[in-house]
Design a protein around this ligand. Structure first.
Ligand code: ADP
Ligand code: MG
Length: 361
């Protein structure tokens, strides 16, 4: 099912919670909306579902305008952050609830529910009551399957994994995506977890202060974000203040202290910029361009990766490398590093200053 949201506005008293939001979600696409707390993610989902009504703007599901319909007539499934299973019903009964309410043909209903339980790998839990299921991951999977049992081909998920512990969250997020993909469903999933968004989204939507500021694939938004806030929000990037000192046809040079870095970003000489690059793109060896020398001043073990903080002049540059490739530097080591110019982006220095540009609320 295709979802189109056009010029949506929603105010709560004097707070503008949603400000001119337009969004298209293609059939079978898995879209993840990400943004800091309070930016309007839940409000947007509630508007799409019809739990609250917009002040203006339209919502279309498969070409049909649903903007003014009550939630139950919109044919949209919803999974909440807090797990809301009926305590007096076992898992099977929870999942069957809306097909019964909707008067589905009983034999078809049974087949459909059995299929969904298989899809969700929930056979061993189906006769248990919520208070007999200790795993919150399984409970949340039951609420997901229950939302799918409505037969809706559009599913909205509001931080469905945020109450789960880290390890369960990672395995369940893959499962949720797989189930949605296998059933050919269109999903809009809200999270404030950058890794979750990057891992499961076909398309990421970044929101801030009630507006959508950028939309793109995880690769685009992580490696080549157009908006400096996206760069800040999606990863622990390197941000250095600089000034453009030279601009050729293909290469632009920015100076930060005594370092000069080159990029393909286009700017004019004299402009003040922020130089951005991801820690994954800081390579700890000499290269063809952007060679620097520094001293290791931080070292952090991140599981599969190692993060080094390297002091270069007055800046600390972060580098993340796979542990297998780890040259095993220690604090105090003097090292060489480089960043390919393709992976450096210059942003116009934000008028409001860097602190405000990165402000989370
Ligand atoms: P998010 O889900 O991104 O954390 P929300 O959509 O819940 O953000 O909230 C967006 C803004 O709208 C916040 O400033 C929040 O305080 C406000 N808000 C949300 N719901 C209501 C409400 N029912 N009444 C008043 N203000 C609300
Ligand atoms: Mg929310």
């Amino acid at each position: 099912m295709k979802l189109i949201v056009q010029n949506l506005y929603k105010k709560f008293k004097d707070i503008v919670a949603i400000k001119d939001v337009s969004l298209e979600v293609e059939e079978r696409e898995y879209v993840v909306i990400i943004g800091p707390s309070g930016c309007g993610k839940s409000t947007l989902l509630k508007l799409i579902k019809g739990i609250i009504l917009q002040d203006s703007g339209q919502i279309f599901v498969d070409g049909r305008e649903v903007s003014a319909l009550p939630p139950e007539d919109r044919d949209i499934g919803f999974v909440f952050q807090n797990i809301l299973l009926f305590p007096h019903m076992n898992a099977y009964e929870n999942i069957s609830y809306s097909p019964i309410v909707k008067n589905f043909n009983p034999s078809l209903r049974k087949k459909f529910i059995e299929e969904l339980i298989l899809f969700g790998k929930l056979e061993e839990w189906k006769n248990l009551y919520p208070n007999q299921i200790s795993s919150r991951g399984i409970q949340q999977k039951i609420s997901l399957i229950r939302a799918l049992a409505t037969g809706s081909k559009l599913l909205l998920l509001d931080e469905p994994l945020s109450s789960l512990d880290a390890r369960v969250r990672i395995s369940i997020r893959e499962e949720v995506r797989n189930i949605v993909k296998q059933l050919g469903i269109t999903a809009v999933h809200v999270t404030h977890d950058q890794n979750e968004a990057i891992a499961i989204a076909d398309k990421i939507v970044v929101m801030r202060g009630g507006s959508i500021i950028e939309v793109g694939s995880p690769e685009q938004l992580y490696n080549r974000p157009k908006n400096i806030f996206t760069a800040f929000f999606l990863g622990k990037g390197n941000f250095i203040e600089g000034k453009i000192v030279k601009s050729d046809d293909n290469v632009t040079y920015a100076k930060a202290g005594n370092i000069i870095l080159e990029s393909n970003s286009k700017f004019n000489v004299g402009e003040k910029v922020i130089i951005f690059f991801s820690p994954e793109n800081v390579l700890l060896e000499k290269g063809d361009e952007n060679n620097l020398k520094g001293e290791v001043v931080e070292k952090r073990f991140l599981g599969r990766q190692i993060e080094y903080g390297i002091r270069v002049e007055n800046n600390i540059i972060y580098s993340r490398i796979m542990r297998l490739d780890d040259p095993k530097y220690n604090l105090g080591n003097k090292i060489e590093l480089h960043i390919e110019k393709d992976s450096i982006i210059f942003y116009k220095y934000p008028q409001e200053g860097l602190e405000k540009a990165f402000k989370l609320e």
